[in-house]
Design a protein around this ligand. Structure first.
Ligand SMILES: [Zn+2]
Length: 416
């Protein structure tokens, strides 16, 4: 294939993705509008007309915003590619004669920074206009910028040594370097997962061990019943940034812990929190976490194989404006452009994830007394409080939703 064909092929698939995904968003907005007048039957008991109208407005506002964001982002990327910007930055760094390691690192850093600056006004608008208008925003602009800065510094601290090792392996180990690189990357990722709860997460939030009391007793009774070992239950000050609520499990082995947002504790009753946790434990007991981990490791292996395949394929470099081959160029191209070819896989992953959600719901219903009822009430309360979209378009939810829609989940829980 020559460079011209590669570029045309990319632009074709990229446009297809943009058109298809925009269409889905438009359908989803249309679905919200069509259902705006009448509260869906399954939530009639718990939601009043006023909060329902707010949830419809929130869904429509977010839909319009993501449409704008997607279209602007796509045009920006195409502009960078067609203008030859990537090659210009690469040539400039090459002319500085600073060695391959620093050259590659600075290239990745500058391109990352360009995209960070581009997305900044969109993030600011989403947080301080949309989330603010619907009463979710709790952040001050100072906290927002401080968060970004911290994330940037942490990314550099993590990514720089990783990149150096990958490049070193490429230079010293020959054509099988990518298998060693894959091995190192996987171990590195494992290491980050282990240190994340104790080292990285506390840089952003405060975690306090749950106080003695009836909630702790209920949770411990559940953990004992299902033989689940954890290194503690923590409350996180999620309310520092947003009124949205959540709960999650984090870490592996010795650092494994349960984290509940303070916002979740304020909304749900104790039995409901226990049911939500039983659902999360269900994901572990039914091996969903391991399966997803294996899937992600396999995709990393595939990515490294692809990097090796493309590394010396000159037409690719020419197509995207580079004048010489390099690991950093392939890495950037893969991260910016591979979405144009992989977006068809999105519904497959969504489907698998939704299957897992049903299984975890069933597990929670079996392990907790009246679990199905408590979980159902928890989901209803959370959806109401988070102004969730209660009437997504079926095609949109089929394509994107990692969880079944609230209506589907409630229906399945009622059967249990
Ligand atoms: Zn789940």
């Amino acid at each position: 294939m020559d460079a011209h064909t590669i570029l045309i092929l990319f632009l074709g698939f990229f446009s297809l993705k943009l058109i298809w995904e925009s269409l889905l968003i438009l359908l989803n907005i249309k679905s919200s509008r069509e259902h705006a007048a009448k509260i869906p039957a399954f939530v009639k008991k718990i939601i009043d007309k006023e909060s329902y109208t707010r949830s419809v407005e929130y869904s429509i506002t977010k839909g319009k915003f993501s449409l704008l964001n997607d279209v602007a982002g796509a045009f920006f990327l195409v502009l960078l590619i067609l203008s030859g910007f990537l090659g210009i930055v690469d040539d400039y760094l090459y002319s500085l004669n600073i060695g391959t390691y620093l050259h590659g690192l600075l290239f990745l850093f500058s391109i990352g920074l360009v995209f960070a600056f581009f997305s900044l006004p969109f993030s600011l608008y989403a947080q301080f206009v949309i989330e603010e208008r619907f009463g979710f925003n709790k952040m001050t602009p100072a906290l927002f910028f401080f968060d970004r800065l911290k994330a940037l510094i942490i990314t550099v601290i993590i990514a720089a040594p990783l990149y150096f090792v990958l490049l070193w392996l490429l230079e010293v180990t020959g054509s099988w370097w990518w298998l060693l690189a894959f091995g190192f990357y996987t171990l590195f990722q494992l290491f980050i997962t282990i240190i994340y709860p104790a080292v990285i997460a506390p840089l952003f939030n405060k975690f306090t061990a749950i106080e003695d009391g009836s909630l702790k007793q209920k949770i411990n009774a559940l953990l004992k019943k299902v033989h689940y070992k954890s290194k503690g239950i923590f409350i996180m000050d999620g309310s520092k940034r947003s009124k949205h609520s959540n709960a999650y499990f984090t870490g592996i082995g010795k650092t494994k812990r349960i984290v509940l947002f303070d916002t979740l504790i304020n909304i749900l009753k104790e039995n409901e929190i226990t049911a939500v946790l039983a659902h999360e434990i269900g994901h572990q007991k039914k091996k969903h976490i391991i399966k997803m981990l294996i899937l992600s490791i396999l995709s990393v292996l595939l990515a490294f194989f692809l990097i090796q395949l493309l590394l010396n394929y000159h037409p690719l470099y020419t197509a995207f404006g580079f004048s010489r081959v390099s690991l950093h160029a392939v890495l950037i191209l893969l991260s910016l452009c591979s979405g144009a070819f992989t977006f068809m896989l999105t519904p497959l992953f969504s489907l698998l994830s939704r299957k897992h959600e049903y299984t975890a719901d069933k597990y929670a219903a079996q392990q907790v007394t009246k679990g199905a009822m408590h979980l159902k009430n928890a989901l209803l309360s959370l959806s109401k409080d988070n102004l969730s979209n209660l009437t997504p378009h079926p095609l949109y939810s089929f394509y994107y939703y990692s969880h079944p829609t609230l209506a589907e989940r409630v229906k399945a829980l009622e059967k249990l």
